[in-house]
Write a protein that binds this ligand. Structure first.
Ligand code: AMP
Ligand code: MG
Length: 502
């Protein structure tokens, strides 16, 4: 992906504005003299920074010309034990212009298989980890500034993000959270007052991303590939302590991650979510969805829907996602083998562990789609009922979200051209006495539709953020019907290609 990205985007052509150069000069001159704003207390406790130094590089954000707040996520701030009002008053912190007390900014090192090709030299190229906080729920989370400037892992990139992908990630990740899908979250977004050059000059922006950690399959792969057993062991112990405290070693860790990833991808499937760039560096050990670059929710259903402009072979198509998750887990297993005293035995053990993926996934899929049909305890005998509905939907390209939402209503039949076939299916389904309250809890009325995200970004580029705020309100209340946000795209509105969030 990055080769494509690097060819298409002339990062080398970007010169900072005079204002930015001045701001960055001022800041560097006075490292300790960061401007003090209203008191924002963040109770940092930075455990990743205590790991062996090869795992990261200490890196300060590069200050920007004119930070301006777009949005703060009050509920998430409160969960983290932060004062939303103080955050709102701290656009300089959210832009990386001021480093809050206790932060230890760093860029993490990782590698990854990108579209199946191994790249040992990835890492946070434009994301900087400020540090970790333990929230009111007792969960430790990373605070990351995405788009905070170049790092040693930028590989010629500018380290920046523009407004469009920042708003998209904000909307989609918060929608996923509202849909109860494990995901990275969005705490805040700011504009930088600087221009970022992509195909054209675009307004720069920075997202504050929150995650239970940013440790990826690719993080393990990097240190396995370089034969750094010590770093790998420290990383493994860290991941276990942080995410799977009951695990007693690498085999348990693998089993736990396998289970979480299987359940995660089943949830994606149940929402018609296509991640779009399931590289191993975008596969989080925590089991959270990470990287909202070229993702999209399927509107007109096709079992092999693919949107990403660079996914020409459909490697990450909707229907391929479970297999790709397993492929990624196989890479994780391979990386962990280096830690085993008896590697031949570990190959056998780990193969058995990841081969349990299929059963866990199939049962999670059945539970997910069973609930979508109002079946609280679906059995194997219900599988054909689900598959037959999906086949009817595929035949007509029925809207994925709206079809499930409409099932309990008289409008359901309007989704299909072959009404007789749908009526026959409906009779079989009704015979199972579906629980419509379960369906209402399970099937969203509103998901972040790509064409509406694009319209929101276009409005923001024209200076109007009201549509973004309206859409955010709608997608974070997914059970509430909202005709303005449940409208499928017309043929001219349909977005058939999505792009990496650069
Ligand atoms: P992603 O597509 O976000 O998964 O990114 C893949 C890799 O490219 C990661 O190492 C990113 O940090 C890096 N990257 C993406 N965009 C940029 C950019 N504008 N500047 C520097 N590095 C980038
Ligand atoms: Mg990524």
């Amino acid at each position: 992906m990055d080769r494509v990205l690097m060819q298409a985007v002339r990062f080398d052509k970007i010169e900072p504005t005079a204002e930015a150069r001045r701001a960055s000069h001022l800041c560097r001159a006075g490292r300790t003299g960061y401007v003090r704003g209203m008191d924002l207390h963040i109770p940092f406790d930075n455990s990743f920074a205590r790991l062996p130094a090869r795992l990261f590089t200490r890196q300060h954000p590069t200050p920007v010309a004119a930070p301006r707040l777009i949005v703060v996520n009050d509920a998430l701030a409160e969960l983290l034990g932060l004062d939303p009002a103080a955050l709102r008053a701290a656009a300089d912190v959210l832009a990386g212009n001021r480093i809050p007390t206790g932060a230890m900014p760093l860029a993490q090192a990782y590698g990854g298989h990108q579209f199946g090709n191994w790249n040992p030299g990835l890492g946070d190229g434009r994301a900087i980890l400020l540090g970790e906080v333990v929230g009111r729920d007792g969960i430790r989370r990373d605070l990351v500034l995405k788009g905070a400037g170049p790092t040693p892992y930028s590989r010629g990139g500018d380290g920046r993000a523009w407004l469009g992908p920042v708003l998209r990630e904000y909307l989609v990740s918060e929608a996923m959270a509202a849909l109860a899908v494990p995901t990275t979250r969005a705490l805040a977004a700011v504009t930088t007052g600087e221009t970022v050059l992509r195909d054209s000059p675009l307004p720069g922006a920075i997202l504050t991303r929150v995650a239970q950690s940013h440790i990826r399959v690719g993080t393990f792969q990097r240190f396995a590939a370089s034969g750094d057993r010590e770093a790998l062991a420290a990383l493994t112990a860290h991941a276990i302590a942080r995410h799977y405290p009951l695990a007693t070693g690498p085999a348990d860790l693998l089993a736990a991650v396998t289970k979480r990833q299987a359940r995660l991808v089943a949830q994606w499937m149940g929402l018609g979510f296509v991640h779009g760039v399931m590289n191993t560096d975008n596969c989080a050990i925590s089991g959270e969805t990470i990287d909202y670059g070229p993702c999209a929710f399927v509107d007109s259903y096709h079992p092999m829907a693919v949107f990403s402009s660079i996914d020409r072979a459909g490697r990450y198509a909707y229907g391929n996602q479970p297999q790709i998750t397993l492929w990624n887990l196989a890479q994780f297993a391979t990386a962990l083998i280096a830690l085993a005293p008896d590697q031949d035995a570990a190959v056998k053990d780990y193969t058995q562990i990841i081969n349990r993926f299929a059963d866990i996934y199939h049962s999670a899929w059945l539970t997910t789609f069973g609930a979508k049909l109002g079946l609280a305890r679906p059995t194997e005998a219900d599988r054909p009922l689900i598959e037959d509905l999906l086949a009817l939907m595929a035949r007509d390209g029925a809207d994925f979200t709206n079809t499930f939402a409409a099932l309990p209503t008289a409008q359901a039949q309007d989704m299909f051209t072959d009404r007789a076939a749908f009526a026959a299916w409906q009779a079989r389904w009704q015979a199972r006495a579906p629980d419509t309250a379960l369906m209402a809890r399970t099937n969203p009325q509103v998901i972040p539709r790509t064409h509406l995200i694009e319209a929101t970004i276009a409005a923001a580029l024209a200076g109007d953020l009201a549509p973004f705020h309206r859409m955010l309100a709608a997608v974070t209340r997914p059970a509430q019907p909202d005709p303005a946000f449940s409208r499928p795209p017309t043929d001219t509105e349909r977005v058939t290609q999505t792009f990496c969030g650069t």
